[in-house]
Ligand binder design. Structure first.
Ligand code: ATP
Ligand code: MG
Length: 425
């Protein structure tokens, strides 16, 4: 093991050759949410532990096992944010925004969960979160799903993503279902896995989520939430399904898709891929009509989703997208006066060709090595400035991808005409 201090397990660096893909993904996300009229919010990475404990729920994996919690110097218990919805609602309440009509928000940034790191699952990971407040739906449910679908399109994701949806109904139906579920599961309590036995007291709906084989067998005959849907719940879900059909968005109804907490209502959905093993969910969302009230505000309907950026990047990498950004021009020069002249010419090129990536060789590499670096940079053309060119205020240009092409020397003023031609073809 090296004797320098290394990064924390499950917390990744973004390396220079990786940042281009991150930018591409982030830019595409910004453009998409902007086009839907959503505004960005930014909340601190740290919040009071209580915010997450109370509002994500004591009996969830996040709060039970995954949160980074510590006491600060004042002895206050703080937590690194494990997700963004609780913070978004806190922000809305604190600034009185949730009573000011419909709110459409997004945020993007790192989240923290102490999980077992593996491909697609990290301890620091990035999420895009989208939340809409103040609309009962189902039209806003459709808008949110359309937004997520637009992301896949704008990101040019080729991997097939499947939309799975379900309804959790209203709190009335869920209460009735919960009662019957507990009654049923109690008959098998000693056959359930340890976590599920505990959840029978704390959060029985979460048992439906269990991955344990024996528990799953018991669940398969358990009372189904779909049998407890009231008319309001059915109408809402019908509205979502009819809308998806009309919009030509394919979906699968997955009755096993649940959220354990009482404030979740109606629609839940996930976009799933089969290409990332157990980390196949790239985006998960749903309605949480009860949360704002639970957090101390008036009752405000709400829906949102969160998407994991690393999982999207993994899919894009699988697509073998070009990870490193190619240069447009590479400037090769002799150290000394010619180098200074090269820097001057490059400055003018960058001023005129603002979207180009222009690299100037620095240091004292030989011409041979400079050309090797030019080749690696991906640039198609090199601009060469030796002592002779410097003295005559001229440059030589060389096509780096065509061995047959002759070099051409020209006055620097003509270089700009030449580059303009390159840009327009
Ligand atoms: P999973 O079942 O994969 O643990 P989750 O239900 O905990 O996911 P959510 O809390 O709904 O996930 O978060 C939404 C999205 O954020 C996930 O679909 C995933 O893309 C991403 N995500 C969640 N946890 C991680 C993590 N530890 N590392 C990377 N991405 C994650
Ligand atoms: Mg998780």
């Amino acid at each position: 093991m090296a004797d320098y201090i290394q990064a924390i397990r499950g917390m990744n660096d973004v390396l220079p050759h990786e940042s281009a893909l991150w930018h591409q993904v982030e830019n595409s996300i910004r453009q998409t949410v902007h086009s839907f009229g959503y505004d960005e919010i930014r909340t601190p990475l740290l919040e009071k532990t209580e915010l997450f404990k109370r509002n994500i729920g004591e009996a969830t994996d996040i709060v039970e096992k995954e949160m980074y919690v510590f006491n600060d110097r004042n002895g206050d218990s703080l937590a690194l944010r494990p997700e963004g919805t609780a913070s978004a609602v806190r922000l809305g309440l604190e600034h009185g925004l949730l009573t000011q009509g419909v709110q459409r928000w997004w945020y993007m940034g790192p989240m923290y969960r102490h999980e077992r790191p593996q491909k697609g699952r990290y301890r620091q990971f990035y999420q895009l979160g989208v939340e809409a407040f103040g609309v009962m739906g189902p039209d806003i449910d459709l808008e949110i799903i359309l937004l997520s679908q637009a992301l896949w399109h704008n990101l040019s994701l080729q991997a097939p993503l499947v939309l799975q949806i379900n309804t959790l109904g209203t709190s009335v139906g869920r209460r009735a279902h919960k009662e019957k579920l507990v009654e049923y599961l109690n008959q098998y309590r000693h056959e359930l896995d340890e976590d599920s036995q505990r959840r029978l007291q704390t959060n029985p709906l979460r048992i439906l989520d269990s991955k344990e084989e024996q528990t799953q067998k018991i669940i398969s005959d358990a009372p189904k939430l779909s049998d407890y849907l009231d008319d309001e719940a059915k109408a809402h879900f019908d509205g979502v399904c009819t809308g998806l059909n009309a919009l030509g968005i394919a979906y699968q109804i997955n009755p096993a898709l649940v959220r354990g907490l009482d404030y979740y209502t109606h629609t839940v959905f996930e976009w799933v891929t089969s290409e990332l093993g157990a980390q196949g969910t790239v985006c998960a969302g749903g309605r949480y009509d009860g949360l704002v009230e639970q957090m101390g505000g008036k009752s405000v309907p709400a829906i949102g989703f969160a998407m994991g950026l690393e999982r999207i990047l993994l899919l894009l990498q699988l697509q073998q997208q070009n990870l490193s950004q190619s240069a447009d021009l590479y400037v090769v020069s002799t150290p000394g006066a010619a180098r200074l002249y090269a820097l001057e010419v490059t400055r003018s090129i960058r001023l005129q060709f603002k979207d180009w990536r222009v690299l100037t060789d620095c240091g004292d590499s030989s011409f041979k090595n400079q050309f090797k670096k030019a080749d690696k940079s991906g640039a198609k053309w090199a601009v060469i400035i030796g002592e002779e060119e410097c003295a005559g205020k001229s440059v030589t240009i060389k096509h780096l991808r065509d061995e047959q092409a002759a070099q051409a020397k020209m006055p620097t003023t003509e270089l700009f005409v030449f580059l303009e031609k390159l840009r327009s073809c």
